[in-house]
Structures are given as C-alpha cells and as structure tokens.
Write a protein that binds this ligand. Structure first.
Ligand SMILES: Nc1nc2c(c(=O)[nH]1)N[C@H]1C(S)=C(S)[C@@H](COP(=O)(O)OP(=O)(O)OC[C@H]3O[C@@H](n4cnc5c(=O)[nH]c(N)nc54)[C@H](O)[C@@H]3O)O[C@H]1N2
Ligand SMILES: Nc1nc2c(c(=O)[nH]1)N[C@H]1C(S)=C(S)[C@@H](COP(=O)(O)OP(=O)(O)OC[C@H]3O[C@@H](n4cnc5c(=O)[nH]c(N)nc54)[C@H](O)[C@@H]3O)O[C@H]1N2
Ligand code: SF4
Ligand SMILES: [Mo]
Length: 689
C-alpha cells in the first residue's frame, strides 16, 4: 500500500472516539486526497464524521512538525531551531542518564493519553521504555476512570450491552452523553430503533444536539444524577415495578437498597435535581413498564466530584427491572473489557527496577510540577496536550514554565504544550504506521498498516521509544520486538475468552476480526464482582470508606436545587465545558475548515442570568473564578436551567493572545472514585467585556 501511488486502501480511525470506524484512504500520486468510510465495517458501515472526512488536511497540514526541534526562545514562546534526530536523542538520553545518576529515575515522568488509540503506540513500546527507566508512574484518570470504577463496583466486568442489540430497544435513555457529536453510529442505531417505535429520552444539563432530537429531554442540575436515579428506584420499588426473581438470583443487597431508597421521594429528588416530581414518577413508570429498555451512560455525568457514584447508581437500574435478561435492554458505560489484550506482555511492567515507584495523577499535573518533593525534573509528553486539556491549565502552564524542568514533547504539531518543550520530536500520523485497534464500544479488532511513508523525518511512537531505549543502553529483547511481534504478544491472552480466535494472520487477511462474543451468554453467571452478583450493596466500597449503597453526595464545588448560591457568593454559576462537534478534544483545533465551523469559543447563558448581568446575545464576556479567566462570545439560550453556563470545545490559545482555555477555570481535585477528573464541578461568574 505504502509504495502504491494510486488506489483505495483500508485504514482505521485512530481517534479517541467509541466508534473506531473503518476508513478508506483514497491515494492519488502518492498522497491521500480523500478519506471516506469503509462500507465493509459491519457496525460503522461506511459512514464517518465530518472531522475525519477532513483528516487529510491534518496529515498534510503546513504546520506539521517534520523535524526534531530544539528550543531557542523562552518557554512558551514557540521559537525553535531544527536539529537532527541524532542530536535530539543524544541530548535526551544524556539528560536522562545524568538525572538518574544524580536524582534517581523518579525525577523523570511520562505524560500521555490516547491522541492515537493504537495499542502499540500508547500501551506498548512507550510503557516498556518508561518501566525500564523506572520513572514516576502516571495515573491516567482524565477521561472515564471515575465512571468505570463506579460501574465496576456494581457490575464487576467493564462491558455491557452490545451496540447491535440496541436496535431492539423500545426505550432508550441517553444519560449525560452527546452522542450526535461523540458516538454517531450509536445514534444511527437509535434512529433505527425509533423507526420501530422506540422512544428516546435524553437526561442532560443542557439540551445538546442529542437532546434536541429526543422525544423527551429532561434537564437537571449538574451532579445530581444519582439523586434522580435513586428517585426512579424509589418509584420502582414502591409501585412493584421491580423484577423480584432477577433481584433474588442475580443481585446482592436488594433488601437494603429497598429500605434505603425510601428517603428519596419524588418530592425530595425534585428539590435536589430541578426535575418536577411528576416527571420523576413518569420516567420511573416508563422505565419500569417498557421492555427492552436500554440506558446509554455518557462521560459527562462522571466528570464531577461525585462522578463515580453517579455511574454506580445508574448502573443499578437495569438490575432492578431485570433488563439484563432482555436482548436490547441493559446498559452501556464502556465495552472496553471485551477487547482487553495482554497488557503485561505489551507493557512489560516486569522491566521496572522499582515496582513501588511513586504515582502521580495526570489530573494534578500542574500541582505535581510545582510542589512535588523530590521534584519532577524531566517530563516526556506524547499523545496528549495538557496545556489545553488538563484541569487548571494556569497551574499546568506555571509548571511547564519552570526553567529547571527538561520537557520533551512528541507530537505532529507545535501544540500549546509543545511550545513549552526543550525538545520537540516529530510524530507520524497513524496512517504512516502499523498498529492494532480495538473499540470501547463495538466488538471488532482492526489492523492498520502504513498507507503513506512517514512525512519528513517523523517517527512513530514505537520507533521513537526504540531509539531512546538503544541510546540508554537497554539491551532487553523487548526493545527489539517488531510491530508484528507486539501484535502477537497482545493477542496471546487466554485470560480473555472474547479474544479467542483473533490472530495477526486473520487481521492481515481480513483487516477486521470480530471478538468471540459467544461468551456473552455467560455474562450474568460470570460477573467479576467479589460476590459474583450485581452488587447493589458493595462491601468493597464500604471497606474503602465509601457509601456501600448508591447515595446522593452533593458536589464539593457546585450547587443543586437545594443548595442555591447565596447573596454574597462570588461565583454563583456552574460552568460546564463538554466537547464540541468539530474537534476531538483539542485535536483539529488547528484545522481551519473545522475551526471555521465552530466559529469561536461560545458561552451559552440562560436569559435570566444574562439579564441580571446586562448581557445580550453575541456579547464578548469574561468568565472567571479564583483559578483563572476565559474570554468568549455569548449565546443567550434557555437550553439549560438558570444558574448553569455551558461552553463546548477545547480551543487552542488564539494568535491574538485572547484567553480561550476553558480549563483555566476547572479544578484539579479528584473525583470520588478512580482518581477521575472533575472538569464540570466548577463555579464561575460572568461579566461583559
Ligand atoms: N465530536 C467529538 N467527539 C468526541 C470527543 C470530542 O471532543 N468531540 N471526545 C471523545 C472523548 S475522549 C470522549 S471521553 C467522549 C465523550 O463524549 P460523551 O460521553 O458524549 O460525554 P461528554 O461529551 O463529555 O459529555 C456529554 C454531556 O454531559 C453533560 N453533562 C455535564 N455534566 C452533567 C451532569 O452532571 N449530568 C448530566 N446528566 N449530564 C451532564 C454535558 O452537558 C454534555 O452534553 O467523546 C469522544 N468523542
Ligand atoms: N474542560 C474539559 N476538559 C477536558 C474534557 C472535557 O470534556 N472538558 N475532556 C477530557 C477527556 S474525556 C479527555 S479523553 C482528554 C483528552 O485529552 P488529550 O488526550 O490530550 O487529547 P487531544 O487534545 O486530542 O490531544 C492528543 C494529542 O496527541 C497527538 N497525537 C496524535 N497521534 C499521535 C501519535 O501517534 N504520537 C504522538 N506522539 N502524538 C500523537 C495529537 O496531535 C494531539 O496533540 O481531555 C480532557 N479534557
Ligand atoms: S472520530 Fe469517531 S465517528 Fe469520526 S471517523 Fe473517527 S471513529 Fe468514526
Ligand atoms: Mo475522553
């Protein structure tokens, strides 16, 4: 493929999106000229989003970093000079050797996320390298870890309903997710179900694109979802809408839960959530009486102080009604566990000389850089852009500015983070590499092989970490493995029966191979909780000092219907900053066609809150709190309850120096479970420019 000048070649979307689409890359004269969907993919079926239809603009973007660079200006200024790979590698390995000698390996820290979902790129050679070095370890809680932990306490196994089955549902509840923008093929399946009579209910803090399509949109106060779910449970038990046989056979703690939810009357829950009591009853009865009923749990409601508990509570609902036994019923939070590969073989934690090395949460990067003792003296960032995406970016920036911090960034672009680097290394795009992809939503494993040669002097993550390992003098076989070796190692994992039969040879022949979903029939008899049952009461949570039963715990920073801001409160508004339609986190923030569609950072504000501040539609405003400030245009709208402002999208710093980082305002606290991020538990005020 790589040597053919013209033709259409299969590929995989590398982005952190549940759909993991099959793609077709159209090549003319050796260049990708068009990206379309691969109709042979059984779930994504040839449809792709507008973002990735524009992927060639990103691959051939004039600002792509094509050579290693060394900083020549001040940190953050973005002034660099070209150097050779030999020079870059010698400088990095020289610094690392010196740091290890003088301060030990924990003075070095990697920082990465899933800018490329390829398992060899982000859970492969990189991990081997940092383990072997013995660096400080990174806890990767920025995305879904609070919710996943909440789900796991209840269900044990990190997988739920299969996407293909959801077309059978008669009731679909999308809870805290904006699927039209973030999971478009689930929306296609929902639309099919609706043609067969299904109802779509969307529960969110703002009427997003998905809410606009709903048969019933239910707005609520941020972080009050567990209260709403407890109110539903109250009604289900009270009206006898629970499945007693299921509760008896497959759950533990139903007697305790039945007693416990008596306190969550529709009236009390209404006061907390802002949802009228009669709507709570109506929703509970609809859920209790409709079958199959499917709940799609989004990521939004778990980016809160109480995010883990929100997901834990909602994930109890299908157990109350026995919906797990109905094809098309049940719930989804993530299906990642079905495709779980052999992480020990891929990542090789056994290479680590210091298994007890300290761990830092990626959500507390700024704090770690500024206060950790002994300090982090070297940072290696790849597949992530923390100056934009991490909470409390003001703190992150102050940390990155430290003169005594040696920062390396491996990326395709001079991102806002890369501008603080001492050395920038050019990364290939995923279409220039071999890699392996599974999805955290559908059940297909896919292989990517290079379609175009590496642009300029860019190198893949695998190549880069191999080079660095050689320069460090690491002689282990693990640093000589080829991509094919690593794929074989990843797939050799008898521990995961769903992976049975997925082999490199089949992937090379067919490009995509379905997981062995036969084993799903044993799902309920094989739950991985301590009791082997769905844990409505969790002794493990109790031991961890958490409420063992689903419980509403108010936000540490935020308001609900009962705790409204007082007269003198400096920050009376809650600030929600979820993804936008045309970017993928901060990726595409520099692709003009897509930024043009989003126009500019926008703040949605309720007419009542706008009037109180003399703000009109389209006004430039400053949003601020003690952590920082943010400049945006307003859109005055009633898409959310008064007291909530919403700004979608993670924008890069603008050329004119306007402060356009939403995360300047967000807190770096950790959520109740899983070390998760709490982006949306933020209070602010707004004033006209
Ligand atoms: N176009 C696009 N697609 C993406 C991404 C992107 O940036 N852009 N990002 C990708 C990634 S990494 C992820 S993790 C997923 C995330 O995608 P989703 O799972 O859809 O989650 P979010 O978009 O984070 O948030 C969804 C909704 O949660 C709402 N929300 C916030 N707080 C609360 C609350 O307390 N309760 C309720 N009920 N709702 C609340 C927000 O208003 C928002 O509408 O999308 C992926 N896909
Ligand atoms: N306020 C607010 N903040 C949020 C969120 C939110 O909803 N609101 N969402 C959060 C969530 S859910 C997530 S997942 C995070 C995501 O945050 P990040 O993981 O940082 O995602 P991106 O901003 O897309 O940055 C990925 C970077 O990886 C680079 N990259 C791509 N491929 C490769 C490769 O092969 N090699 C290397 N070396 N680099 C590569 C890209 O060019 C890009 O700069 O953001 C979080 N931040
Ligand atoms: S971003 Fe998501 S919807 Fe778009 S092509 Fe990639 S996997 Fe498909
Ligand atoms: Mo994410």
């Amino acid at each position: 493929m790589i040597h053919e000048e013209n033709g259409v070649f299969p590929a995989v979307c590398p982005l952190d999106c549940p759909d993991t689409c099959g793609l077709l890359l159209h090549k003319e004269n050796g260049k990708i000229v068009k990206v379309t969907g691969n109709p042979d993919h059984p779930v994504t079926q040839g449809a792709i989003c507008n973002k990735v239809r524009n992927m060639a603009e990103r691959v051939y973007h004039p600002e792509r970093v094509l050579y290693p660079l060394k900083r020549v200006g001040a940190k953050g200024e973005g002034k660099f000079a070209r150097i050779t790979w030999d020079e870059a590698v010698a400088e990095i390995s020289g610094r690392y050797k010196e740091l290890i000698r003088e301060h030990g390996p924990e003075s070095i820290m990697p920082y990465s996320f899933y800018g490329n979902m390829g398992i060899l790129s982000v859970d492969g050679m990189d991990r081997r390298f940092f383990h072997r070095l013995g660096t400080t370890q990174l806890q990767q809680g920025i995305c879904n870890s609070a919710g996943n932990a909440g789900w796991k306490y209840t269900m044990g196994f990190g997988g739920g309903t299969s996407p293909e089955e959801t077309v059978n549902a008669k009731l679909i509840i999308v809870w805290g997710g904006n699927l039209v923008s973030t999971n478009m093929h689930q929306v296609a399946l929902i639309e099919k179900a609706r043609k067969q009579g299904a109802q779509l209910v969307v529960i969110d803090v703002h009427r997003n694109r998905t809410g606009q399509r709903a048969d019933w949109f239910i707005p609520l106060y941020p972080g009050t979802d567990s209260a709403l779910a407890l109110g539903i449970m109250h009604v289900l038990f009270e009206r006898g809408l629970v499945n007693e046989t299921f509760l008896e056979r497959y759950t533990i703690g139903h007697a305790e839960l039945r007693e416990h939810v008596k306190q969550y009357t529709p009236e009390r829950v209404s006061a907390i959530t802002g949802v009228p009591a009669e709507d709570i009853v109506k929703l509970a009865v609809l859920y209790g009486e409709t079958s199959p009923a499917y709940i799609h749990i989004g990521n939004g409601l778990q980016h809160h102080d109480n995010g883990g508990m929100n997901v834990r509570t909602i994930s109890c609902l299908p157990a109350l009604t026995g919906q797990w036994l109905v094809p098309g019923g049940g719930a989804y939070k993530s299906n990642g566990a079905y495709g779980k590969m052999n992480a020990a073989a891929l990542e090789r934690p056994d290479l680590r000389p210091n298994p007890g090395a300290r761990t830092v949460s990626m959500n507390r990067l700024g704090e770690a850089l500024l206060t950790l003792d002994p300090p982090i003296r070297a940072l290696f960032v790849y597949c992530s852009n923390p100056a934009v995406v991490a909470p409390d970016t003001g703190k992150v920036e102050r940390g990155l500015r430290r003169e005594d911090l040696f920062t390396v960034v491996h990326d395709l672009f001079l991102t806002d983070t890369a501008k603080y680097a001492d050395i920038v290394l050019p990364a290939t795009s995923s279409f220039e590499n071999t890699d392996l992809y599974s999805s955290y939503w559908h059940h297909y494993v896919q292989l990517q092989e290079p379609v175009i040669p590496a642009r300029g002097e860019s190198k893949s993550n695998v190549e880069t970490f191999k080079l660095l390992a050689a320069a460090m003098g690491f002689e282990e076989e693990a640093f000589r493995d080829s991509e094919e070796d690593m794929i074989r190692q990843a797939l050799q994992f008898p521990h995961n029966p769903y992976l049975q039969g997925v082999t490199l040879e089949k992937l090379q022949e067919q490009r995509l191979v379905k997981l062995n979903m036969e084993h799903q029939k044993d799902y309920l008899d094989n739950l991985k909780t301590p009791s082997g049952k769905i844990e409505l009461y969790s002794a493990a949570m109790e031991r961890a000092g958490l409420p063992p039963l689903p419980t509403y715990v108010p936000l540490r920073e935020g308001y609900d219907g009962e705790r409204r801001p007082g007269e003198g409160d400096a920050y009376p508004l809650m600030f929600i900053s979820p993804p936008n339609h045309s970017f993928l986190n901060s990726t595409f923030g520099n692709v003009e066609k897509l930024t043009a569609l989003e126009k500019s950072p926008l703040l949605q504000i309720h007419p009542q809150d706008a009037a109180e501040r003399g703000i009109e539609d389209g006004d430039e405003v400053t949003v601020w709190n003690d952590r920082g400030s943010y400049r945006v245009k307003t859109s005055v709208t009633d898409k959310m309850l008064p007291g909530i402002v919403v700004s979608q999208g993670l924008w890069w710093e603008q050329e004119d120096g306007r402060r356009t980082r939403a995360n300047a305002l967000t807190p770096d606290r950790l959520a109740d479970l899983g070390g998760g991020a709490v982006f949306f538990s933020t209070v602010v005020n707004v004033k006209r420019q």
